[in-house]
Write a protein that binds this ligand. Structure first.
Ligand code: P1T
Length: 388
């Protein structure tokens, strides 16, 4: 089923990448659970020779990922971090990367504790401060700008269009980790970015049952290099994982609408609650980048962070008292989750290197991944947890 450029996102999500199976007509792409493919002559085959290089279930997912981002090329990986590691191999030793100072803790750990040892030079900046990003681009030659928008866990935004224009003028690529927004709410390539990265573990998969990652681009030369790296390095996604992600993608449009509606309801409830100090959510008018969110995104999403007046101990107690919000890392599934970033997902930005780079994760910050349960039940759960 081919999608057409005028189709709406919900339509694209249902059909992207998936064609009736050529041998049987199966409406859903089968799980081609095979490591290798028979050849009729030496190097004569039907387009697949070995599943690290390519697999039909993965091809369907890669086409779907590209279509969702309005892009030409997509690649699928065994995790979000594997995708990030692969795209960073476009940067050569000695070259510089300008990265946000509010990103997923694992991304910082990969950059600071692994890739820096291979000669990549990282500078960290507040990417919600466009002037600071432009100044950093002028100060020193940069090969790659790394943006997370909205950021994990502070829900800050980066102005993708303005930063991409300046980066290109300075000869730098722009990679956007679009995990929090998903392509349902934000399409960075259309705003000028060169690469979109996903942890497909999150909203794309949508059901907390698979780990995966993606790189999407319109640039053919970069794609060819990345496809080579995918095969040469080998962090590919397995057929079953591709199938699960394809299955999740079909409802992405519907799920994101529910995540946005529930995220907004929860954020408004928290903002009015006397125990709450501050709420970070791009759908609230109190968010310092509310206007940018309306311009750049098609909805504020399902991630809400907040601090409590009582401090870290009270925050931990609240996170232990919720019933529907499960205490767990990760996000983007249909079920609601709660966590303490400073102790959990962002424990690796608690050290002195991260502090020096400008990372600040308040020990009393609570992060919610608001699921698609009924909002009245979610709010009732938070109310009882906050009441103590
Ligand atoms: O977990 P993995 O699929 O490898 O993806 C890493 C990753 C990349 N980018 C962002 C923005 C992320 O949030 C993540 C993973 N994040 C969590 C597990 C979390 O709870 O924040």
């Amino acid at each position: 089923m081919t999608t057409n450029p005028n189709d709406r996102f919900e339509t694209i999500a249902v059909h992207a990448g998936v064609e009736p199976d050529p041998t049987t007509g199966a409406i859903m792409t089968p799980i081609y659970q095979t490591s290798t493919f028979a050849q009729t002559g030496i190097n004569e085959h039907k387009g697949y020779d070995y599943s690290r290089a390519g697999n039909p279930t993965r091809t369907a997912l890669e086409n779907a990922l590209a279509t969702l981002e309005g892009a030409r090329f997509g690649l699928s990986f065994s995790s979000g971090l594997a995708a990030i590691d692969t795209v960073m191999r476009l940067v050569k030793p000695g070259e510089a990367v300008l990265c946000g100072n509010d990103v997923y803790g694992g991304t910082f750990r990969l950059f600071d504790k692994v890739l820096a040892d291979y000669g990549l030079r990282f500078t960290f900046v507040d990417t919600s401060d466009t002037a600071a990003v432009l100044a950093a681009l002028e100060a020193t030659p940069v090969r790659m700008v790394w943006l997370e928008t909205p950021t994990n866990p502070m829900l800050r935004l980066a102005d993708i269009a303005t930063i991409s224009a300046a980066a290109h003028a300075a000869g730098a690529w722009v990679a956007v980790d679009n995990t929090f927004a998903s392509p349902a709410l934000q399409r960075p390539l259309a705003l000028g970015a060169d690469f979109v990265i996903h942890s497909t573990t999150k909203y794309l998969g949508g059901h907390s049952d698979v780990i995966g990652g993606a790189i999407v681009t319109n640039d053919e030369a970069s794609h060819e290099r990345l496809k080579f790296l995918q095969k040469a390095v080998g962090a590919v996604s397995a057929p079953m994982d591709c199938f699960l992600t394809l299955r999740g993608i079909k409802t992405l449009g519907l799920r994101m609408r529910a995540h946005c509606d529930n995220g907004m309801a929860v954020a408004q409830f928290l903002e009015d609650h006397q125990a709450v100090e501050q709420v970070f959510y791009p759908g609230l008018e109190s968010h310092p980048q509310y206007e940018l969110a309306r311009r750049q995104m098609d909805g504020p999403g399902g991630m809400v962070s907040f601090t409590l007046r009582g401090g870290p101990d009270v925050a931990r107690d609240v996170a232990l008292r919720t019933r529907l919000f499960t205490l767990a890392e990760s996000l983007g599934g249909v079920e609601s989750l709660i966590e303490i970033p400073a102790a959990m997902t962002h424990a690796s930005v608690a050290g002195p290197e991260a502090q020096a780079a400008g990372f600040e994760v308040d020990a009393s910050l609570i992060r919610l991944s608001v699921g698609i349960e009924h909002p009245t039940d979610l709010i009732a759960d938070l109310k009882q947890a906050l009441a103590g």
